[in-house]
Design a protein around this ligand. Structure first.
Ligand SMILES: C[C@@](CO)(OP(=O)(O)O)[C@H](O)COP(=O)(O)OP(=O)(O)OC[C@H]1O[C@@H](n2ccc(N)nc2=O)[C@H](O)[C@@H]1O
Ligand SMILES: Nc1ncnc2c1ncn2[C@@H]1O[C@H](COP(=O)(O)OP(=O)(O)O)[C@@H](O)[C@H]1O
Length: 349
């Protein structure tokens, strides 16, 4: 029987780009958060004398050969295990391609999880993370889920205590942004806005510390209110009923005060000006269900807003859907997905 895996997505709550490294990748400090929006990856595998992979998908822009992240992962995992097998995979795409939501990366992690289950084997945890990092900088985070600190080129992941669930509206413009191109544009920036390598490195450190400080003992920093421990995990019912989620709001506002932002906005917004307008509409104004925070995710093109309640997120959805400048922008109402829920809901039966 085949294994069906929910291949969830991520947003980058914040992302700072550092200097170019010797391997030509950029140093990053980023705060990933998984979202309750997913593709479906189905894997069936049986041991065989020779390895044979077959991949199908419902999306024209997803490659079905060795360029596919899921294919790469399965091929490398079998090699690592010293196993030959016939593997059939299908990817049902619901998430945007080149959206900055890590969908292709998540597909690779889902393929690994599905393959292990099908073959009844499990690689050691560190080996899985190493394989994932080899497939892409964004893949290891999907072997943790929840709130994850990304360092080095984004592939070095540190699980963070869960942030409370919060209502989220994702807006996906009708353009795909190439990640390598966005990095090249960042490197090409000249003039007063450009940072020196030294100040870029300082900023990476500064943001790592700021993200870690979010988890300081409540009450000691004066930022996160003293809490009822039972409510520490947040509560999705609160969000669904439209009741404001005070804990999530507090934590998020703390994050905003740390100066969280996404450096890619500085190069992606000038290249695609309508994205800046999408962010403005997500944010809203004080009188019209404003977002607590809105930003570009990764290198885009998806943007997201985080809201006090599901009801506020719906109002923002209306704002975008009725704006003449936003034709072709798709919106998805969802919420952030903490680590325990990420793993509980992983298998689609
Ligand atoms: C920058 C992020 C933020 O989440 O962008 P999104 O793709 O999500 O938008 C990710 O780290 C992307 O991760 P992923 O898409 O797996 O990237 P990779 O395949 O590892 O790299 C694609 C290309 O991006 C550039 N790259 C990537 C990561 C990094 N730290 N520095 C880089 O310069 C390199 O040119 C590399 O060849
Ligand atoms: N499983 C996959 N799903 C989607 N795109 C893939 C996959 N494997 C490789 N790709 C290629 O990777 C590129 C970007 O992948 P994607 O993960 O959708 O973007 P992002 O990292 O911006 O979220 C696409 O242009 C596509 O050709």
């Amino acid at each position: 029987m085949a294994t069906r895996v929910r291949s969830y997505s991520k947003i980058n709550l914040g992302l700072a780009i550092g200097p170019v490294r010797a391997d030509r990748f950029h140093g990053l400090t980023t705060l990933y958060q998984t979202l309750d929006l997913h593709d479906l990856v189905t894997v069936s595998a049986r041991r065989a004398a020779k390895t044979r992979l077959v991949l199908t998908t419902n999306h024209a822009r997803v490659p079905v050969d060795g360029r596919n992240t899921a294919w790469k992962m399965v091929e490398r995992c079998l090699e690592r295990l010293g196993v030959t097998a016939e593997v059939e995979m299908s990817i049902e795409k619901n998430l945007p391609v080149q959206g900055g939501m890590g969908a292709g990366s998540a597909n690779a992690a889902a393929a690994l999880i599905g393959l292990e289950r099908e073959l009844g084997v499990a690689l050691p945890g560190a080996a899985r993370l190493e394989l994932a990092a080899g497939v892409g900088s964004d893949v290891p985070l999907f072997l943790l889920g929840g709130a994850v600190l990304g360092l080095n080129r984004g592939e070095q992941v540190v699980p963070l205590p869960d942030l409370p669930r919060i209502a989220c509206l994702v807006a996906v413009p009708n353009v795909g942004v190439s990640t390598p191109q966005a990095f090249r544009d960042w490197d090409g920036r000249q003039g007063p806005g450009g940072l020196t390598d030294e100040s870029k490195a300082d900023r990476l450190m500064e943001l790592s510390l700021a993200y870690a400080s979010l988890y300081a003992e409540p009450g000691t920093s004066g930022i996160v209110r003293s809490l009822n421990p039972e409510k520490k995990q947040g509560n999705s019912e609160e969000i669904q009923s439209g009741v404001p989620n005070g804990l999530a709001e507090n934590t998020l506002l703390s994050l905003v005060r740390t100066g969280v932002e996404n450096d890619f906005e500085q190069v992606v917004f000038p290249a695609y000006p309508s994205l800046r307008e999408t962010k403005r509409l997500l944010m809203g104004t004080d009188s019209e269900a404003p977002a607590l925070y809105a930003a570009l995710s990764g290198s885009g093109s998806a943007l997201f807003g985080l809201f006090r309640s599901d009801a506020d997120a719906r109002v923002a959805q209306q704002r975008i859907q009725s704006a003449a400048t936003q034709a072709g922008v798709r919106t998805f109402l969802t919420e952030t997905l903490p680590r325990a829920a990420y793993w509980q809901r992983m298998f689609a039966g």
